[in-house]
Design a protein around this ligand. Structure first.
Ligand code: F0G
Length: 353
């Protein structure tokens, strides 16, 4: 069985990329669709988790970044820039390193999870900590790309969405058709827009008989798509989606409206509790923001919504190891049983004896 070649080589004829674009790839995509026994049992439906933390840098961003960096190389760029809440910068830094481009990263000071920052540092990014939030960083990235010789690789670059839409292709290729519902977190709104592009394309090609209802979830402190108004001071422990004025607002609204879907907001407590439950019940450890789709499903069930008999895909967007500090804050003491190096002591302490 040949090795998975990354999303550009696997899906090139379906991607709108300039003729002759090379593939700067780390083998991204081809991520597992794992059946959730827990959520299927709870709903009486068939619930699948698309595990995007299994991408090379630990988030779905790699799908779009292979495309954006490949096109930047094709167009002769020497440097690339992005604003990020952490994952985009980790991904950009890795792919830029591979391509020999200079990565420049703008991040909100003090609001980036340690794992993501470590990635950007290790891949040699020029990291600029901005006294401001993600929305400020994005405005600055656009300004730099407009006035200096540096290519912008945020998802306002349409090539990013071309790469990211491959996640929908994979879901349909695996399930044999589109699901009834697709749930996911939303921040800057590139991902929901990309999924919807992919589902529409597969339906138009006759590779799927339907398109899913898209339901997307934000944190209450950063929920512009729910309230319809920008949040000037977005705040949430799910730092990946701490965004007050999403760049792909219109595309995301269209995805929700055209699919018969909607947006909803969740408390940080609900998101962090879903993160813990998912780790304990399904063995899937995701970062806080990544649990928003699961938290969304749980809160809808509480409100009387039914997914009985439905096929549902929930994208879990990034790996839990990205942000162990926030994860462990909710668990209390860490290692609290210290024993002598002795089998009997271990058995007694572990409740086996
Ligand atoms: N989940 C994770 C783990 C993310 O990192 C992001 C976005 C999202 C969900 C939301 O996706 O922005 O396409 O709606 N992270 C960006 C970043 C903003 O800079 O890494 P979206």
């Amino acid at each position: 069985r040949p090795q998975w070649r990354g999303v550009i080589e696997e899906y090139r004829p379906l991607l709108d990329l300039p003729e002759g674009t090379p593939a700067v790839s780390l083998g991204e995509g081809g991520t597992p669709l794992v059946h959730s026994e827990w959520l299927s049992g709870l709903t009486g439906g068939d619930v699948w988790l698309k595990i995007e933390g299994d991408n090379p840098t630990g988030s779905f961003k790699d799908r779009g970044m292979t495309a954006a960096i490949s096109v930047a190389v094709h167009e002769g760029a020497k440097a690339v820039v992005c604003a990020s809440t952490g994952n985009t910068s980790a991904s950009m830094a890795a792919y830029a390193a591979r391509a020999g481009l200079t990565p420049i990263v703008l991040v909100p000071e003090g609001k980036i999870a340690a794992g993501k920052m470590a990635q950007a540092i290790m891949h040699g990014a020029e990291i600029l900590m901005v006294r401001g939030n993600f929305d400020d960083c994005l405005r600055m990235s656009r300004g730099l790309a407009d006035h200096y010789p540096v290519a912008l690789v945020n998802s306002v670059n349409p090539v990013r969405l071309e790469g990211q839409k491959t996640a929908s292709f994979e879901v349909v290729d695996r399930l044999g058709d589109a699901p009834d519902y697709h749930l996911l977190p939303v921040g800057n709104a590139g991902n929901i827009s990309a999924y919807w592009l992919g589902y529409k394309q597969y339906a138009a090609l006759g590779r799927a008989s339907r398109k899913p209802v898209m339901r997307a979830f934000q944190a209450e402190g950063a929920a512009p798509l729910v309230t319809g108004k920008p949040f000037p001071h977005p705040e949430t422990k799910a730092t990946a989606i701490r965004i007050g004025n999403p760049a792909s607002w219109k595309l995301a609204d269209a995805a929700a409206a055209e699919s018969g879907g909607r947006f909803a907001a969740l408390s940080d407590e609900a998101i962090l509790s879903a993160q813990r439950e998912l780790a304990r019940r399904d063995g899937v450890f995701v970062e806080p923001a990544s649990a928003a789709g699961v938290a969304g499903m749980l809160s809808e069930l509480d409100a009387g919504e039914s997914y009985a008999g439905a096929t549902v895909v929930i994208t879990v967007t990034g790996h839990g190891l990205k942000d162990t500090v926030t994860a462990l804050e909710g668990v209390g003491s860490l290692v609290d049983t210290v024993i002598d190096a002795d089998v009997e002591a271990a058995a007694a302490a572990a409740g086996l004896g």
